[in-house]
Write a protein that binds this ligand. Structure first.
Ligand code: KG4
Ligand code: ZN
Length: 330
């Protein structure tokens, strides 16, 4: 089965062709990062316009790279939400137009389901599994007992981890997107600044606003006293505290649910410290990390997730499919 995937929930316009929920034949990603950099973050109105400008070229290129014709496609899968509504609608309208013209079934897929299924490209999912979702908008621990079955064990009580990375990067003057910059800077520093201990209500919950505020307060205090700030060390101290919190809760979830696999999904899965530390912590369970190119937003992961969703639920919405900026996974 050939699946045409579409992703346009934020600042990447992407179209892919994948086969049988596994093999990626093409994955074209047009990033708007350079355009939004000047503003220090994604500007929704500009993002929508850029998606409109790029989508048909990206679609043509995805088909050409895969060496397939429009008539060969069996299913269209598109990100339905969550995300920026104007951005989502561009991908959804392009996907619906393609499906309508070629009379192909279409499914709307949750963006985080896509991030989760990015792991299926490398490793076959083995159940029960624990998935740690870490992105710009999500920080949660999920239990999966079978395909497309997402049981939430816990989540952030305040900020998402990616959000905290981006904010800390901004106050350190590192630019956008902040996550990769902090990650890079942290490799040159040591963990010399004390960070607060995090308390959460649920045992699988997370919290990042306290840690974020603590870094901002540390920075302000040092500046007021005209004391030097060792940015590398502050980045390192923040990074270790942020990631260790993830590991402690993940380890507990894996143990308590006798998971056979532990997966990380979402943009923060690209973090070098996290990618290294998971192998120290999980020695008796299969660890699955998405390939670097599939950590950030892309349509390949949406096509793979769409394949499994369609196998389980079939087509639900077809031409009435609409974007949902707050779509729920559970
Ligand atoms: O998955 P994603 O595109 O966001 C949502 O779907 O919500 O991930 C983007 C997030 C941003 O916050 C970015 O700063 C963070 O992932 N990120 C990283 C790294 N690369 C991207 N955070 C930490 N370390 C990285 N290497
Ligand atoms: Zn994403």
């Amino acid at each position: 089965m050939l699946v045409l995937g579409f992703e346009s929930s934020c600042d990447e316009t992407s179209v892919s062709v994948s086969k049988d929920g596994k093999t990626v034949l093409s994955n074209v990603v047009l990033s708007q990062i350079d355009i939004h950099k000047a503003f220090g973050g994604v500007v929704p109105e500009i993002a929508s316009r850029e998606h409109v400008k790029g989508i048909t070229y990206v679609l043509d290129e995805a088909l050409a790279h895969a060496g397939v014709k429009a008539e060969d496609i069996d299913l269209v899968a598109v990100t339905q939400g969550p995300g920026l509504i104007g951005s989502l609608l561009t991908g959804i309208n392009a996907a619906k137009a393609f499906a309508f013209v070629h009379q192909i079934p279409i499914v709307g897929v949750h963006h985080i389901a896509g991030h989760i299924y990015a792991n299926q490209i490398e490793d076959d999912l083995v159940f029960p599994l624990i998935c740690l979702v870490v992105s710009g908008g999500h920080t949660e621990l999920l239990l999966m007992k079978e395909h497309f079955d997402f049981i939430k064990l816990g989540e952030t009580q305040d900020d998402a981890i990616g959000e905290a990375y981006d904010k800390v990067a901004r106050v350190l003057g590192l630019g956008y997107p902040g996550g990769p910059m902090i990650d890079q800077l942290a490799t040159q520093g040591k963990s010399s600044y004390p960070m607060p201990k995090v308390e959460t209500q649920g045992r699988y919950d997370f919290s990042y606003s306290g840690l974020k505020s603590h870094v901002i307060n540390t920075l302000n205090r040092l500046k007021m006293k005209f004391e030097p700030v060792i940015k590398e060390d502050l980045a390192r101290s923040f990074q270790e505290a942020a990631i260790e919190q993830l590991l402690i809760k993940s380890e507990l979830a894996v143990k308590n649910h006798q998971a056979k696999m532990f997966m990380v999904a979402g943009g923060v899965a690209a973090n070098s410290y996290l990618r290294q530390r998971v192998f120290d912590v999980f020695k008796d369970v299969h660890v699955s990390l998405p390939k670097m190119e599939y950590c950030t937003d892309n349509a390949a992961m949406m096509g793979i997730a769409g394949y499994y969703q369609y196998q389980k639920y079939g087509q639900k919405a077809a031409m009435s499919l609409n974007g949902d900026s707050r779509l729920k996974l559970h």
